[in-house]
Design a protein around this ligand. Structure first.
Ligand code: FAD
Length: 316
């Protein structure tokens, strides 16, 4: 079932996002992570995509080999396993980085054959050895371009022009939005114009970057409406559970942490106290967003399912 159909069916629903496990682990690590969350009957589960990175491996003679390593493969397989194991919809993330257009088309055909009819389309970040994002020679530079390829496939248009009467896929397409602006965008209005371009090209909904101040989400939704972006905007929520995250989250995700929250965290002696503060904050955010009638509460679970369990059980 499509994300947009889930939204139509019920008021504020719950969904989760997970990461593929590190290479070498089994699918059971995913089930162990998700089992405690399934009592809340999530409408769908997103699975992130992680491109390969170049690392230098030292050889016996002291010189180095440059090798491509994908630390977290398996997004498509995990989605299929989740749908089969839990009978719940899975939403794979698909990125521009590292993909040629042909590889993208083949990945979309795999998803279609597996009965997966949702995708979250994003650009991906620059590779670790690059300062700015660089597409593959025959890849997409922006999420909008990748989105247009998915829309083409939804209309039966394949890269090979001689495919006539090609089967039409039925992907429901989500894209990323940034209440605190994407870090490369010169300003919020420019960023919103590009978000509108994604929606005008056919995106069905927007999922936001995490935020810790609901005012920023509400202001973003208002600004989107003023810009003519009228698709559902799903808030992405993440708990803070360690003191280290006070600097890691702003550096990695370019988000602010409200003073009230950071002051409370700085008072904590140990991370178990931070987890209590972070859980209370997440609960406060969730309750307020639910009251405001958001379509979905989407939780980034990243290795802390018990924190999400403790929060969600108080709001469903
Ligand atoms: P785009 O929409 O392409 O925008 C990138 C930048 O370019 C923005 O600054 C935008 O304003 C600008 N821009 C857009 N179009 C144009 C244009 N035509 N001309 C000039 N400038 C333009 N990363 C992963 O690697 N894997 C994941 O699974 C993943 N999941 C995510 C899920 C969510 C909900 C979010 C919010 C982010 C996720 N990311 C993921 C991170 C994402 O890949 C990065 O934030 C990336 O830097 C931008 O992706 P985007 O799709 O927003 O890019």
């Amino acid at each position: 079932m499509k994300v947009t159909d889930h939204i139509k069916e019920k008021d504020t629903i719950i969904s989760f996002e997970i990461l593929p496990p590190l290479k070498g682990k089994t699918i059971n690590s995913i089930y162990d992570h998700l089992d405690p969350l399934m009592e809340f009957k999530p409408a769908f589960i997103n699975v992130t995509y992680h491109r390969s990175e170049q690392v230098f491996k030292k050889k016996a003679d002291g010189t180095f080999d440059k090798v491509e390593v994908r630390k977290r493969p398996g997004t498509v397989g995990i989605c299929a396993a989740i749908m089969n194991h839990y009978q719940v919809d899975a939403v794979p993330h698909l990125i521009c980085g590292g993909f040629s257009k042909q590889e993208t088309e083949n990945a979309l055909i795999d998803l279609d054959f597996l009965g997966i009819d949702n995708v979250l389309i994003i650009r991906g970040d620059a590779a670790k050895n690059e300062t700015l994002f660089e597409p593959e020679p025959d890849g997409h530079r922006y999420a909008t371009d990748l989105l247009k390829q998915v829309i083409n496939l939804n209309n039966g248009i394949y890269l090979e022009e001689d495919i006539r009467d090609g089967s039409k896929t039925k992907f429901c397409i989500g894209v990323a939005g940034y209440p605190e602006k994407h870090f490369e965008a010169p300003n919020l209005q420019t960023d919103l114009s590009f978000l509108k371009a994604k929606v005008d090209a056919g995106a069905d909904y927007v999922t936001t970057q995490m935020f810790f101040d609901n005012k920023k989400y509400f202001a973003f939704v208002k600004a989107c409406k003023e810009k003519g972006i009228n698709v559902p905007i799903i808030p992405g929520l993440k708990p803070i559970t360690t003191k280290k995250q006070l600097s890691v989250l702003p550096r990695t995700f370019h988000v602010d942490i409200p003073t009230e929250l950071s002051n409370e965290i700085l008072k904590c002696k140990e991370d178990k106290d931070v987890e209590i503060v972070g859980t209370e904050w997440l609960l406060m955010q969730s309750k307020e967003l639910k009251k405001a009638g958001v379509p979905i509460l989407h939780y980034y679970t990243l290795g802390k399912p018990h924190v999400i369990v403790n929060t969600v059980k108080q709001i469903v």
